[in-house]
Design a protein around this ligand. Structure first.
Ligand code: MSP
Length: 507
């Protein structure tokens, strides 16, 4: 089995999980699930970023000890994973001893390579971003992202010689066109590197809630330097045998476009310095907005993803976000569009194909299929859908993968209208036509269930079970290129025809 290591960013725990965090995690989950169906040995890592002043202040505001606060919020991120059916293999917290060990070890390696030196940091810092800002980028002394005053810092810090890595980074990006996707993000990064890289401060004298710096315990490791290392401490680093040897380098870091500089400049430079191989691909996706506005605490539009999934199901939310927010641009969550998509795509198209097919098999054939073949009309549509689905997932275009499944759904629904099974059922001379039609509808459903499993795992499982398919869907495999799934069983009674997605009448 080919190993495939995929990660999400680790989330700050100063606030509860929102729709944007859920989106990144769902993207990674859909890709992880699709890789498992391809037969890969997937390791999927997510977690929480718990150090830094931002978290410390949030805990103070909540009036609890930082460690207690961290436990509580980290638990809510774990809960989101569970409730949204995320199949992460591990969940790393930066306060865990295994991570602290990894950070200190990598820091020591970088120091041993001569890339750490002591100096004075004087400049601005935004606690919201946990980053240093050059004065020229501030607007009236305020952070351009958080619109809050940046803090003036003057400290003895340890610096990382980032400037040394501009040429090797440029070379790496040139040689590995797949390193940063999509291109728009790559171009941004290339521009930043060409503008020149300055050394960065990687320790803090005044931030107590952090990992003590090896060799200078009065300082803590800068929170980003600490956080990035989760990608290797999560697979066992500094132990480079076992899990690390199996899965590193990561195949894919899924992140939002806000943090590409950290992942495409600082992180690979740290690894280069320490002599650790670089991740293969960093995917920087766009932003999820809510009703046209940026998700923000001050606008009070922070949507808890669990409020949506509790009411309408995790699959509906996964479907909406993965279909409406392609990775290469920003997208919007609006209630109107959510309800519209739910009713038209899920209830009417896929849900209806499922209920009408299964109920006809029960009504006309006592629940058993006599034939289970795609048939002339559907076989080519199914073949083509698989080809475009794989091509889409290879480009991380999950929405195009979903669309490929929909070509089967639409064609199958048309086949019902054209074939008019209710008429065939009245005519004994056309019994075989009816058997063939029902068989091809079931094959269509089987294929859509597997195609959509990465996006809507629980509804796809329901369909799979109702069709009495084996092995269970999470053990199933995609058909080989140009091949087909083995046909559904004939002669066994199908499950009940329950509505997959009961229509939403009002919000
Ligand atoms: N802790 C750092 C990441 C360290 S990774 C070594 C961090 N955390 S964060 O919680 O602020 O954001 C993490 C990620 O959440 C973003 O990169 C992005 O993937 C996702 N999103 C947060 N808000 C988002 C939207 N509104 N829309 C889409 N994704 C967003 O940065």
């Amino acid at each position: 089995m080919t190993p495939f290591f995929i990660t999400t960013p680790i989330y700050y725990i100063n606030a509860r999980p929102h729709l944007g965090h859920a989106y990144t995690t769902m993207v990674a989950d859909a890709i992880a699930r699709s890789r498992r169906l391809l037969g890969d040995d997937v390791f999927f890592l997510t977690g929480t970023d718990e150090h830094g002043q931002k978290v410390e202040r949030a805990a103070q505001k909540a009036g609890v000890k930082t460690a207690v606060f961290a436990d509580e919020v980290a638990a809510s991120f774990r809960q989101v994973c569970q409730d949204l059916h995320i199949t992460n293999d591990d969940f790393i917290r930066t306060t865990e001893p295994r991570h602290i060990r990894g950070v200190q070890a990598l820091f020591e390696k970088i120091a041993a390579a001569g890339d750490i030196y002591k100096g004075k940091y004087e400049g601005f810092y935004c606690v919201g971003c946990e980053r240093f800002w050059p004065e020229k980028d501030l607007i009236d002394g305020k952070c351009p992202d958080h619109k809050t005053p940046a803090q003036w810092l003057s400290e003895e810090n340890h610096f990382f010689r980032l400037s040394r890595f501009a040429a090797p980074l440029r070379e790496h990006i040139r040689k590995h066109p797949e390193f940063i996707v999509p291109d728009i993000r790559k171009n941004e990064i290339v521009n930043v590197i060409e503008g020149g890289l300055e050394d960065i401060s990687v320790s803090r004298a005044s931030a107590a809630w952090g990992i003590p710096l090896p060799g200078d315990p009065g300082q803590t490791v800068y929170v980003w330097f600490d956080a990035l290392i989760n990608y290797i401490s999560g697979v066992g680093y500094p132990d480079t045998n076992g899990t690390f040897a199996r899965y590193w380098p990561a195949d894919l870091h899924v992140i939002g476009k806000d943090i590409t500089r950290f992942h495409c400049i600082i992180w690979p430079a740290m690894l280069m310095s320490a002599g650790v191989p670089l991740p293969r691909t960093v995917l920087g996706h766009g932003w999820v907005h809510f009703q046209g506005e940026k998700l923000s605490k001050s606008l009070g539009n922070i949507v808890n993803p669990l409020d949506i999934s509790e009411r309408w199901g995790a699959d509906a939310l996964r479907y909406y976000l993965l279909r409406e927010v392609p990775l290469w641009r920003d997208g919007d969550f609006t209630w109107d569009l959510f309800i519209q998509r739910y009713n038209s795509d899920l209830a009417n198209d896929w849900g209806n194909l499922f209920t009408r097919t299964v109920s006809m098999v029960h009504r006309y054939r006592g629940g058993k299929l006599a034939v289970a073949e795609a048939g002339e009309a559907l076989a080519p549509v199914i073949q083509e859908a698989w080809a475009s689905y794989h091509a889409a997932f290879d480009r991380f275009e999950i929405e195009a993968g979903i669309e490929a499944a929909w070509t089967i759904i639409r064609r199958a629904n048309r086949l019902v209208e054209e074939g008019a099974p209710w008429n065939l059922a009245k005519d004994p001379a056309r019994a075989q036509d009816l058997d063939r039609l029902l068989g091809s509808l079931v094959v269509a459903l089987q294929n859509t269930a597997l195609l959509l499993f990465p996006v809507m795992p629980s509804k796809a499982s329901l369909v799979w079970e109702a069709l009495r398919l084996e092995p269970s869907i999470d053990q199933a495999r995609f058909p080989a290129p140009g091949g087909a799934l083995s046909p559904p069983p004939t002669g066994v009674v199908l499950g009940e025809s329950k509505p997959l997605f009961p229509r939403i009448e009002s919000k």
